[in-house]
Design a protein around this ligand. Sequence first.
Ligand SMILES: O=C(O)CCC(=O)C(=O)O
Length: 237
Amino acid sequence: MKFTQTQIDDFHRQGFLACPRLLDAAELPALRTAYDAAFTRLASQELAGKGQRMRQIMNLGEHSPPFERLRQDARIIEILTALIGPNLQLWHDQALWKPARDGGPVFWHQDNSYWNLQPATAVSCWLTLDDADADNGAMQVIPGSHLHALTHGKTSESAALVDASAHVDPAAAVTVPLPAGGCLFHHCQTLHYTAPNVSDRQRRAFIVHAMAPGTRGRDGQPIPVDDHHPLLGAGRT
Ligand SMILES: O=C(O)CCC(=O)C(=O)O
């Protein structure tokens, strides 16, 4: 799927871009089966703090061939390349599952408050395997928020999760509903939030986080190209 230059310009202005049809419906059943199997087979983490909750598997692609293929999918790489530049490196992937009727929002945050990547130009592809809407945890974003890094509060001393809600005017939030197989590309400084799943429908998301090679990590050093952070697309050997 090709984006127009206007859509790419919009991404740079707004910090996000929705792609309602990335995968074909026929591709979804096998991915859902592999996703469910992974949450049964692998130890998933439950990250929680002050009512916030999410279930995640980090780097699912390293454990599940369908997701290893998906994080290198030419359709995803093509769009990430249009948004980041001609060379890409994987930062990591994540599976984030909101089971039906599972309470717990993910508070407003900028991903780069966790990562401290420099330059802050990484982009994420948040892909949903289920129809996602306001009731089951569709992504909400603040347009233009990627232009400034914010200071985030910790949800508690021990929690791994941060909270930038104090910086957010909820009236400025845009909810991005997506059909199954659709995705949302967002910049690593775009403020985003997902609400608790108050529906009877689960919401299974898979996220590919990509950056330009040479991006520096928390220690100020370029992230090495290795098995956890391989080159993607044309750069991959
Ligand atoms: O999938 C979700 O519910 C939250 C995703 C998120 O906040 C993130 O990718 O940083």
